[in-house]
Design a protein around this ligand. Structure first.
Ligand code: TRP
Length: 343
């Protein structure tokens, strides 16, 4: 069986370190280990909660493509394309919707968390009001559309952050139902999450996220990285350098654990910090250098690529054409399986 990888980003903003450790590192690695890799700009999914803001989605198509290219996605190896331009994804979504109940949609933990964060009202028996608007149906159903993203090109692996696990589970349920009802057509998919399940934000919040304003971006300048690290939450009881400090829930040490290539030195620093005699500024300065070493080459390459946006759009155009052909072939099989191949 062929190994095919697909992943994507919603074009709603620039990508950050959470994306990098959660998925991008794996995407880059997998493009050399699979028969084919796909990278999708998920503009249709982005519109499910940005219907009134299409300009934002449009502007960020280029930004997420630039972030991925700068991190090492190679258009020679990875088919890079735009979701809205591949009709097979929309068509498959319509057929997959019949295989999922609204109860099941309401149980997806990622969807639930997103609805809560947005303050939407998911109770269908309650009247909607301006303070608590209802959930857009397209948003509620995006896991089904995501299954179509994954299956239109017969993917078998999806490198994506830990929060995407429920989407892959739902996708596999759709694979099983489809195959049971219409005959063996799709294969089950596996999820590969990054080395770090979830990167905390610079405020120590549960998750680095653009909407929470606690992210370090792959395009941040050294000055900005410095400002953000200096703001990082450490140990509120570590007031004087001599005071013993705590490394648990200390964001600076959490990041050093993940990003610092010299873990022996990190262990020594932790011991010294706990004993007392190591200041916050020292460890923050170390972290600034560690992050700058990772981000600087990405930023430089991104700036280089950003000089020629037409070339990046051409890469997406070429990839989209290939994705359209692949999708058409899958649709031929799907129409035959569902017996709607009339003509
Ligand atoms: N839901 C993903 C996110 O928010 C983006 C995405 C859309 C995706 N379609 C996908 C990821 C298919 C992996 C596979 O980041």
């Amino acid at each position: 069986m062929k190994k095919i990888a697909l992943t994507g980003d919603r074009p709603t903003g620039k990508l950050h370190l959470g994306h990098y450790v959660g998925s991008i590192q794996n995407r880059v690695k997998l493009q050399g280990e699979t028969d084919q890799a796909f990278y999708m700009v998920a503009d249709v999914q982005a519109l499910t909660d940005n219907a009134s803001n299409p300009e934002k989605v449009r502007e960020n198509v280029l930004e997420v493509a630039l972030d991925n290219l700068a991190c090492g996605i190679d258009p020679e190896k990875t088919i890079m394309f735009v979701q809205s331009q591949v009709p097979a994804i929309a068509e498959l979504t319509v057929f997959f919707l019949n295989l999922v109940t609204i109860q099941r949609l309401g149980q997806n933990p990622t969807i639930k968390a997103e609805i809560a964060q947005k303050g939407w009202n998911a109770n269908v028996d309650q009247k909607e009001d301006l303070n608590k608007p209802g959930v857009p149906a397209g948003f509620y159903c995006y896991p089904v559309s995501q299954a179509a993203d994954i299956l239109f090109c017969k993917s078998t692996v999806v490198p994506a952050g830990e929060d995407q696990k429920p989407m892959i589970e739902q996708c596999n349920e759709i694979v099983d139902s489809f195959n049971r009802l219409y005959g063996e057509t799709f294969s089950r998919v596996s999820h590969v999450s990054g080395s770090t399940a979830r990167l905390v934000g610079i405020d120590g919040g549960a998750k680095m996220s653009k909407s929470l304003g606690n992210a370090i971006y792959l395009s941040d300048s050294k000055e900005i990285i410095k400002d953000k690290v200096m703001q990082m939450y450490t140990d509120p009881n570590h007031i004087r350098v001599e005071d013993p400090g705590s490394v648990a829930r200390n964001v600076v040490f959490s990041y050093l654990d993940i990003f610092d290539p010299n873990q022996n030195e990190v262990a020594e620093l932790k011991a010294q910090y706990e004993k007392g005699g190591l200041g916050d500024v020292k460890i923050k300065q170390r972290l600034i250098e560690v992050l700058e070493t990772i981000i600087a080459p990405i930023r430089t390459r991104r700036e280089e690529l950003a000089k020629d946006p037409e070339r990046v759009m051409q890469i997406l155009r070429d990839g989209t054409r290939k994705a359209q052909e692949i999708g058409e072939e899958t649709m031929r099989q799907v129409r035959e399986a569902i017996k709607i191949n009339y003509f």
